[in-house]
Write a protein that binds this ligand. Structure first.
Ligand code: SF4
Length: 360
């Protein structure tokens, strides 16, 4: 049975978590403190577009060069898609999302509070201190929404559940070569962390069948914010290639390591700052190149496909240097931009196909 058919619909999840005494927060991409939300009795449901929503209503509020995630998420809000949630959290992943937070809170004024989280662009002591202060500020907003202030037991429960789910995600990636899953099913499972409870995600991850993955051929590493639509994976498989590793914001970039700090805010900050390097956190290019090179070698990826949402500035900034350094290491790179929708354009597929042919 395809993994998508095993997943509970978001509406049913919202009802279930409400039954557990939690309120629901729509969360924009992509780093945020899951354990903090849980300790304050909130459940995140992430919003990455969605791809099937028209841009129309969102386009009325932003410049023409705004990415589809912001345009479609704003349309989704204005079309009532976020009506069932109790709050909206917009992390400061990039200027586009910061703009969305301002426009939403100051002009669109939805009935739900709009929360923000400013993420530092480095890992210095001052960045850590800034992030801890931001997390404490966000916690104050969460307490107002849920009416709950966590005690020690709440924090312990939240960390146990969310860190177990983080370990389950890390283990999915480690087990990838031994999972009898198509690329589409593997990424459907990875992305179910965007809306399932930590327990349900852990259960799903543990139940995935072992065996030889069905696709073979040219191994690709996929980089970017989000691989939408899932049809992309089927088309790549039809070209005689498969995805052996990723550097996606909706994927491996959120494999958070455990941390041991006793203060809950310091512990969350340590986890958020220790995840794999990515351009939205201002990771130095040398770190990104080293991480990509080593993961490509380990996974057997023969080329890097940078699959970028059109107008995604943070990703675009790094591309010239990534190309240069990876090419020097003998690792070919293809960069394509796409407009988010329910199909992948013929033009994008042709470029990927030509790239795969050069790697065969
Ligand atoms: S796609 Fe890029 S520009 Fe758009 S919200 Fe994500 S990080 Fe920001």
């Amino acid at each position: 049975m395809p993994i998508a058919d095993r997943l509970t619909a978001r509406k049913a999840i919202i009802e279930r978590v409400r039954g557990l005494g939690r309120k629901v927060v729509a969360v924009l991409p992509f780093h945020y403190p899951r354990a903090l939300l849980r300790a304050y009795r909130l459940h995140p449901i992430e919003v990455w577009g969605p791809p099937n929503v028209p841009r129309d209503k969102g386009s009325q509020h932003f410049q023409a060069y705004t990415c589809d995630i912001v345009l479609k998420a704003t349309s989704f809000l204005l079309r009532g898609g976020m009506d069932p949630v109790d709050a909206i959290l917009v992390p400061h992943t990039c200027d586009a999302l910061q703009g969305m937070a301002s426009v939403t809170a100051d002009f669109l004024k939805p009935r739900q509070p709009v929360l923000t989280l400013y993420l530092p662009r480095g890992c210095r002591d001052s960045d850590r201190a800034f992030l801890i202060a931001e997390l404490r500020r966000l916690a104050g907003c969460c307490a107002e929404i849920s009416g709950h202030k966590p005690n020690e037991a709440d924090w312990a429960e939240a960390f146990a559940a969310e860190e177990a789910a983080d370990r389950a995600l890390a283990s999915l990636y480690q087990r990838r070569p031994r999972l009898a899953l198509s690329d589409r099913d593997f990424y459907t499972a990875v992305r179910s962390r965007e809306f399932l409870t930590a327990e349900d995600f852990g259960e799903l991850a543990a139940s995935l069948p072992e065996g030889d993955p069905p696709a073979d051929g040219v191994g690709l590493m996929l980089s970017g914010i989000v691989a939408e639509p899932l049809e992309l994976f089927d088309r790549i498989n039809e070209m005689g290639a498969h995805v052996v590793a990723d550097d996606l914001a909706c994927g491996y970039r959120r494999v958070y390591p455990p941390a041991a700090e006793s203060d809950p805010f310091a512990r969350i900050a340590a986890q958020l700052l220790a995840c794999p390097p990515d351009p939205t956190r201002g990771s130095p290019i040398e770190q990104r190149v080293a991480a990509l090179r080593s993961r490509m070698r380990e996974s057997g990826a023969q080329g890097l496909l940078i699959y970028d949402v059109k107008f995604c500035e943070p990703e675009l900034f790094d591309i010239p240097l990534l190309r240069k350094h990876l090419a020097a290491a003998g690792l070919p790179v293809l960069h394509v931009e796409f407009e988010m929708g329910m199909t992948v354009s013929r033009q994008v597929l042709t470029r990927i196909e030509a790239f795969v042919e050069t790697l065969q």
